[in-house]
Write a protein that binds this ligand. Sequence first.
Ligand SMILES: NC(=O)c1ccc[n+]([C@@H]2O[C@H](COP(=O)([O-])OP(=O)(O)OC[C@H]3O[C@@H](n4cnc5c(N)ncnc54)[C@H](O)[C@@H]3O)[C@@H](O)[C@H]2O)c1
Length: 255
Amino acid sequence: MKTQSLKFESKTYLITGATSGMGRAVAKAFANEGANLILSGRNEIAGNELVDELGDHAIFLSGDVSDPAYNQKLVDLAVTKYGQLDGISANAGRLGLGSITDLSPMEWHRTLDVNLTSIFYLLKAALPVLQKSSQASITINSSIAGFKSFPNHPAYCASKAGLIALAKQAAVDYAPKVRVNCICPGPVDTPLIHDSAKAFPDPAKAVENAGNNTLIQRLGKPKDIANLVLFLASKEASWITGSVYTIDGGIMAKG
Ligand SMILES: NC(=O)c1ccc[n+]([C@@H]2O[C@H](COP(=O)([O-])OP(=O)(O)OC[C@H]3O[C@@H](n4cnc5c(N)ncnc54)[C@H](O)[C@@H]3O)[C@@H](O)[C@H]2O)c1
């Protein structure tokens, strides 16, 4: 009987926000396809548990993505442990809730630092290494909040819009060696959406409505997002770069 080869065997991927939600689903999906993984997150216990679950080909390094030195360490780890880096799935993010008049400048800067400036640091560290790969790809997790507003999410929406522009810029500047794409999820069932719903008068109802408002009439699952991230990293996506994918159960189509 012919054995099926794993899609990402001998490839190395760096995943941020890997200890929960979408990042965790992406990590599991890459591991199932044989990839070596560098996992980034802040929660040491959750990170070590994930490594135990994924097996020998995963390393976790805790840190804050808004620190440029930490981003460099993640890339260096890929090179020292696996000799290469073939792709990135960037998922770390925070909400920084509050209206423009209520939000402190500190909270504004923190949200922009974690969501947007962190990607500048990560790309700066990773692009020289990624350019040596024969299948280099970066998938940046933005949001439909990069296109539309949500009550009391000014810093989040601004940072997510910035990511769309940054992804396109990186795609243009590093083609054809490195493909860079942006994904813009709608409401996905992760800890973040439950925090986001706190900006609404009835948070539980807001989460329920978010799912019901999609054309598919449910919240997204982290696995739905992982499926797209793996496709964009694959050889089958070799002509796709500088693209922005909404993956939102159809919310944006409703206008
Ligand atoms: N859940 C949704 O509905 C939704 C929709 C659109 C986009 N997104 C985006 O998807 C990405 C993943 O979020 P999620 O929904 O899986 O939620 P999540 O809360 O499960 O994941 C966010 C991750 O980012 C990590 N993180 C936050 N600040 C960090 C920092 N300073 N340094 C290192 N790591 C940090 C958290 O520890 C967490 O693991 C985020 O960028 C989020 O903005 C989420």
